[in-house]
Design a binder for this molecule. Structure first.
Ligand code: GDP
Length: 199
């Protein structure tokens, strides 16, 4: 997919106020600092579309972007930052659940996972939530350039093994790097396939 247009539309603090969803929508979510903004900028090729965070876990905004007048890219607030307490996490969950429940054209949620770390409880919990509620999602391993090939393989295998304890089959899985653009064609190709199918 060639990104000809990527424009910010609106930020919302309330899922109910998000723009009407006549276009296929693809959302990006993950723990704060996972590399979400960097990934969005890398995918769109617009360097400053999403703000690379300076204060992780502070903002609670849903940002809608119009891509090629064909689909919405949605930047969801991050979760699980160490300085954010339990009450805040509960708030985040109810906020995200509301968003996931009402967006009729939500075709896929990209669950971002830092490829350097072992499977984290809150990431697994969030993916399980989506699974139980029939929300289509894909896993995106970020910051792959920070690991050697061998370590990356090892971490991916460990993650898949962990997922297969709960899941019969794995969701689509992508490995990315904002720096080297690894995974860009794969993620955009995946989105393109779904957008074309939906027409
Ligand atoms: P967000 O909080 O999830 O939006 O994360 P950011 O995109 O703001 O990135 C958090 C930090 O990780 C920043 O210092 C980024 O420069 C760094 N980062 C993000 N993606 C990558 C990547 O693919 N490779 C490397 N080496 N660093 C990354």
């Amino acid at each position: 997919m060639i990104i000809k247009k990527a424009e910010f539309i609106i930020s919302n603090t309330d899922p109910e106020k998000c723009p009407l969803s006549e276009k296929p929508e693809f959302a990006f979510v993950g723990r704060s600092n996972v590399g979400k903004s960097s990934l969005i900028n890398m995918l769109t090729g617009f360097g400053d579309l999403a703000k690379v965070s300076t204060a992780p876990g502070k903002t609670r905004l849903i940002n809608h972007f119009n891509i090629n007048d064909e689909w919405f890219l949605v930047d969801l607030p991050g979760y699980g930052y160490a300085k954010v307490g339990r009450a805040s996490r509960e708030q985040w969950l109810s906020f995200i659940r509301k968003y996931l429940a009402i967006r009729e054209n939500l075709f896929c949620v990209f669950a971002l996972i830092d490829s350097r770390h072992k499977p984290q409880a809150n990431d697994l919990e969030f993916m399980n939530y989506m699974g139980h509620h029939g929300i289509p999602f894909a896993m995106v391993f970020t910051k792959a350039d920070k690991l050697s090939r061998k370590q990356l393989e090892k971490n991916l295998t460990a993650y898949k093994d962990e997922m297969l304890q709960t899941w019969e089959t794995l969701p689509p899985l992508f490995v990315t790097s904002a720096g080297t653009k690894l995974g860009r064609e794969e993620v955009l190709g995946f989105i393109d396939g779904i957008v074309k199918d939906s027409n």
